[in-house]
Design a binder for this molecule. Structure first.
Ligand SMILES: Nc1ncnc2c1ncn2[C@@H]1O[C@H](COP(=O)(O)OP(=O)(O)O)[C@@H](O)[C@H]1O
Ligand SMILES: [Mg+2]
Length: 254
């Protein structure tokens, strides 16, 4: 369970916070969507929840333990249980597929044998067994995101944070990545936090969602609840713009 309590983050030159006195609880083993327009503060919230950034005020708890004020050593330990994927994949272009996935295991000092075994399992999971020695430049966008997912899972994280993970992909590739995320969540029982500006993504994979606007959560509920009875104008706007996934998604969040 991730709990964010009265969190505010204001960057220099901003009148209002990127995140503004925001509170939110995300239950374990859920795929939880956070949807909002560009600039709503989603990525800032994600960086705070994943402990990459410290809020100006407020607190973050994992399973009731406060984690936003950990010592540097504890923070490094805790961050290892979090993993992240992005719109831009963030792979190492100088490393092949195998060595990209191996990277987080090298950092924690796994042996070559352990790494080879785990990379093999992960390549199977993301259906890229035949691409182990491919250079990243030879992969499609969907394949790159699969490598990023495999790398994110390498050290058995408890939470997978996804920031616009499908926003650079075409619609059918988006669907295949969302299905993979759903399979992974079911197989590994991890918590997945999906940040997106695409309601289609929420509808396809999320169980719960929160709608974010101007640095705050304006509405939360199960996907069924919010889609059936949206309470805010912004939720209604997202829902009314919904299109079938095979037509609607694939436009980058610019
Ligand atoms: N590192 C930063 N420095 C200054 N301003 C930032 C920084 N990160 C985000 N912002 C600002 O905070 C607001 C929210 O940004 P962000 O969290 O990236 O929103 P979203 O991910 O929903 O598009 C925006 O106005 C953005 O310009
Ligand atoms: Mg963002």
């Amino acid at each position: 369970m991730i709990t964010v309590e009265n969190v505010t983050k204001r960057y220099r030159n901003m009148d209002a916070g990127a995140v503004n006195n925001l509170s939110l609880s995300i239950g374990e083993s859920l795929i939880y969507g956070i949807i909002g327009k560009s600039g709503a503060g989603k990525s800032t919230l994600l960086r705070i929840m994943s402990l990459l950034e410290t809020p100006d005020s407020g607190a973050v708890y994992y399973n009731g333990k406060r984690v936003d004020n950990l010592s540097q050593r504890e923070l490094i330990e805790r961050r290892r249980l979090n993993s992240m994927i992005f719109q831009s994949f963030n792979l190492f272009s100088s490393r092949n597929v195998f060595n990209n996935i191996a990277y987080p295991m090298e950092i924690v000092g796994k042996t070559r044998k352990e790494i080879a075994k785990r990379v093999g399992e992960l390549l199977e999971l993301v259906e890229l067994k035949d691409k182990a020695i491919s250079p990243i430049s030879k992969l499609s966008g969907g394949q790159k995101q699969r490598v990023a997912i495999a790398r994110a899972l390498a050290n058995n994280p408890e939470i997978l944070f996804c920031d616009e993970a499908t926003s650079a992909l075409d619609p059918s590739t988006t669907l295949s990545i969302l299905r993979l995320i759903r399979e992974i969540k079911a197989a590994l029982n991890i918590t997945v936090v999906m940040i997106t500006h695409q309601m289609e993504v929420v509808r396809e994979v999320c169980e719960h969602l929160s709608v974010m606007d101007a640095g705050n959560i304006v509405e939360s509920g199960t996907v069924r609840e919010v889609f059936s009875f949206p309470k805010t104008g912004i939720a209604r706007e997202f829902i009314s713009a919904l299109k079938p996934l095979d037509r609607a998604v694939g436009t980058a969040d610019v």
